[in-house]
Write a protein that binds this ligand. Structure first.
Ligand SMILES: [Zn+2]
Ligand SMILES: [Zn+2]
Length: 231
């Protein structure tokens, strides 16, 4: 089975992360993963303020993708697949976005001005998929639980950053009730993040598009739980 991390951050881009893309790639390789998707916080989330403040769109996108590109270069060197994604923030609802690339972002500066519903439509028109990360997390920085069931394709039913397992249990109930594809993600930011997760795939994704296909066709073989990993 192909072992894929679906949700993680780098310190080049996410203000809350302390591991570089290179360090993340090396850690996941050593843990036996086959691939990782870098999902740094987008401009409406916790990406660095100097990136948010950059007035030139293309430069801003270049700064945003720096963590992914560093991880990708290291992954190519050590033999780990590294794919691009991002985590879009809608006032506390975090939407993992897969299937678009840097060029799409450069070509679509309006994606950050659009409301969340139009954003999701744009991603789907581009052939991408949206997975709601930790939809039932409760924490000091979150004031409410926001659900957008008409706009998502999958639900993260295990998130390593949730403080309590009941937040994952509620996400699983949500996914089962609506029939959403179920995924898992570590949400790893730091070397000490040890509740690692991800998904198992029966095939080898050649691109992020292959993983999008798996999400849209409910073709994920299983969710990885930390207790399944030997490290
Ligand atoms: Zn973060
Ligand atoms: Zn995250």
């Amino acid at each position: 089975m192909y072992k894929l991390e679906t949700h993680m951050h780098t310190s080049q881009t996410s203000a809350c992360a302390s591991m570089t893309g290179e360090e993340q790639a090396r850690r996941y390789k050593s843990l036996g993963y086959d691939g990782i998707i870098i999902t740094d916080h987008f401009f409406n989330g916790n990406c660095y303020q100097h990136i948010k403040d950059c007035g030139d769109w293309e430069t801003k996108v270049n700064m945003f993708t720096a963590g992914y590109e560093a991880a990708k270069a290291e992954g190519d060197r050590i033999g780990l697949d590294v794919f691009f994604g991002l985590e879009y923030c809608y006032c506390g609802a975090d939407l993992l976005t897969y299937g678009i690339d840097k060029q799409w972002l450069i070509d679509h500066p309006e994606c950050i001005e659009a409301d969340v519903f139009d954003y999701c439509d744009m991603i789907h028109q581009a052939g991408g998929a949206i997975v709601h990360a930790h939809p039932f997390r409760q924490a000091g920085y979150l004031r409410e639980i926001r659900l957008v069931p008409d706009k998502i394709d999958g639900v993260e039913v295990y998130n390593g950053g949730n403080a309590h397992m009941v937040y994952n249990d509620r996400a699983k109930f949500y996914a089962e009730s609506f029939g959403f594809t179920m995924t898992g993600g570590s949400d790893s930011h730091h070397i000490y993040d040890n509740k690692l997760s991800g998904v198992l795939l029966s095939g080898n994704p050649k691109s992020i598009g292959d993983y999008v296909f798996d999400i849209l066709n409910d073709n994920i073989s299983g969710v990885i739980y930390p207790e399944d990993l030997n490290y």
